[in-house]
Every structure is written in C-alpha cells, then in structure tokens.
Design a protein around this ligand. Structure first.
Ligand code: CDP
Length: 204
C-alpha cells in the first residue's frame, strides 16, 4: 500500500482541524494536529519553563488537557513558534508521523512548505476573518469560556500577523497547494471538497 501524506495548512480557526479529522477518518489515515505541539510548548512556558528546553522535553502527556485549546495558550504558542530552535526540536516527530505506512494527515502552518514539502496532497484552508472569529467564538463558548467576538477576532488577527511575519517557516501556501476557501461552505461541503482533492491526487 502506498503511504499518502496529506498536508493541510492555514490561518487560525480556518476550519483546517475539522477538515483534517474528517479526511483522516474517511481514508483511514492517522491525524496529527501540529498546533497542539506548539500549544503544549506554550503551556510549559506559561508554567515558567524555557521555550527551547520545553520543546525538547515534550512528551505525549503534554498534548492532553482542555486548556491547551484556549486563547492564552494559543497566544503563547504563536510566540514560541517564532523561535527557530523550538521549531527544529519538533521536526523529527512530525516527519516520522507523516511517514506512517497507513497514510497520515498533518495540519498546521508549515506542513506543505517545510515539514512535508513532498506531500502528495497540499491544501491551504482559508476563511474570512469574520467567519473564522464566529466559528472560534462558538467553539470557545461551547466549552464555557466567556469571551466576546471582538476579543476572539483580535486574538486570531494577532496570531496570524505573528505567524505570517516571522522569519522561520512563516504561514504561507506552498506553491503547489490548492487553496480551499471555506467562507461560504458548510462543514460537509468543505470536507467533500478536501476528499475530492485527495482522491484526485491519488489517481481517483
Ligand atoms: O487551531 P488554531 O488554528 O487556532 O491554532 P493551532 O493550529 O492550534 O496553532 C497554534 C499556534 O501554533 C499558531 O498560531 C502558530 O503560531 C503555531 N503553529 C506553527 O507555528 N506551526 C504549525 N505547524 C502549527 C502551529
């Protein structure tokens, strides 16, 4: 069986996580949310650790816990993600995951450009700022966080700015990535479009 790597990148709350999970489930591939790695480093830093030491010491248990998904850890994640040594410490784990024989979907910011430039399928998922803020606001409120839409929008914009402007692996689509704009799509439509791209890339 040919091992297929699917790289799904995009800005904060663009829908790439939902699409990635569904694509992985559809094809029976493993899924790695690489944002969680940076969030786990961010959480350790908020607890007083040095960012580079924290990235090198990361263990599976660090990827658990509801608080990882919150805005405070997210902001810290995008700060530590700008440090080249932090990114370097996380490369081998991501590449080993991508090479799994059963196929893998990785989502993040630099999967198609840096981690898996040879990926068989590359998607870059985007949505308007307003739609992204609305989706993340709903998600956070469902988890009981009291935040306003404006705060969520400002949080996303600050992270996108930092992620796009950093020198090390900035957020940008790979040249051979297909852009999937989910602004006017339902989840089902976005998932169907992503699956169609994977099928086309695998030869139908
Ligand atoms: O889910 P959301 O889109 O809000 O963020 P995430 O994917 O969990 O990523 C959190 C932060 O980690 C991002 O703002 C990036 O700074 C960083 N990140 C990265 O630099 N490279 C990746 N491959 C994944 C995440």
């Amino acid at each position: 069986m040919i091992s297929t790597t699917v790289a799904i990148d995009g800005p904060a709350a663009s829908g790439k996580g939902t699409v990635s999970k569904a694509v992985a489930a559809h094809f029976g591939f493993a899924h790695l949310d690489t944002g969680l790695l940076y969030r786990a480093v961010g959480r350790r830093v908020l607890n007083g650790e040095d960012p580079v030491a924290a990235a090198r010491a990361l263990v599976a248990g660090d990827l658990e816990g509801e608080d990882l998904r919150g805005p405070a850890v997210g902001q810290e994640a995008s700060k530590v993600a700008a440090i080249p040594e932090v990114r370097e410490a996380l490369v081998d784990f991501q590449r080993a995951f991508a090479a799994r024989s059963g196929g893998a979907v990785l989502d993040g910011r630099d999967i198609g450009t840096v981690i898996c430039p040879e990926a068989a399928v590359k998607l870059f998922v985007i949505a308007s700022d307003d739609v992204r803020a609305g989706r993340r606001w709903t998600e956070l409120r469902e988890r009981g966080l009291e935040v306003t839409r404006e705060e969520v929008l400002e949080d996303l914009r600050a992270r996108d700015r930092r992620d796009s402007e950093r020198a090390s692996a900035p957020l940008r689509p790979a040249e051979d990535a297909v852009v999937l704009d989910t602004t006017r799509m339902s989840i089902d439509e976005a998932v169907a479009a992503a699956i169609a791209h994977v099928e086309a890339a695998r030869g139908g």
